[in-house]
Ligand binder design. Structure first.
Ligand SMILES: [Zn+2]
Length: 171
């Protein structure tokens, strides 16, 4: 008799059943900001610790998310939805919260501001991009410790340049 139960699908063979999906074992994770309700972006614990201006005794060991909603005061919230840290509890002004403010940094590692990019020529904007890329290549960036979003600014910089180039074409 063939005992290869999975290929010979004999009815009622309990040993062949696939394990039940372990859905009930996953912890319930809140990924939407408890204040604005928008989806957050996961950040490393060291990003939260590096960027907070308040005592780190308030930081829990669990996962934290970054809220990039412009109008929302929350910068970080715990994945269990119990704790939030707002813009006034963070050491840096956050680009996503003040995307029009000229003196707010967009590149926190190499100190480029929104205003600098706004007033730059197309060539100078390219030079800023090249500067950031060169810094990344030289391993001189520390986005996880300096950028409130905890990741590379390059996408934001490209997006901002694109926005300024498009608006200058219209006018
Ligand atoms: Zn929010």
């Amino acid at each position: 008799m063939a005992e290869i139960c999975c290929s010979v699908s004999s009815a009622g063979s309990a040993t062949c059943e696939l394990p039940a999906p372990a859905v009930e074992r996953l912890p319930r994770v809140v990924t939407t900001c408890p204040v604005c309700g928008e989806k957050g972006k996961p950040v490393q614990g060291q990003t939260v610790k590096a960027l907070l201006s308040v005592t780190l005794r308030q930081v829990e060991n669990g996962d934290y998310m970054f809220c990039g909603t412009r109008t929302c005061p929350v910068v970080y919230f715990s994945a269990d939805g119990k704790h939030t840290f707002t813009t006034d509890q963070v050491r840096e002004r956050v680009y996503q919260k003040e995307p029009e403010a000229g003196d707010v940094k967009i590149c926190y590692c190499f100190q480029h501001t929104v205003g600098e990019i706004r007033h730059a020529s197309s060539e100078a904007r390219n030079a800023i991009l090249n500067d950031i890329n060169a810094g990344i290549q030289a391993d001189q960036c520390a986005c996880d410790l300096r950028n409130p979003q905890g990741s590379c600014c390059l996408g934001n910089v490209r997006g901002l340049i694109k926005r300024f180039e498009q608006s200058s074409q219209v006018s």
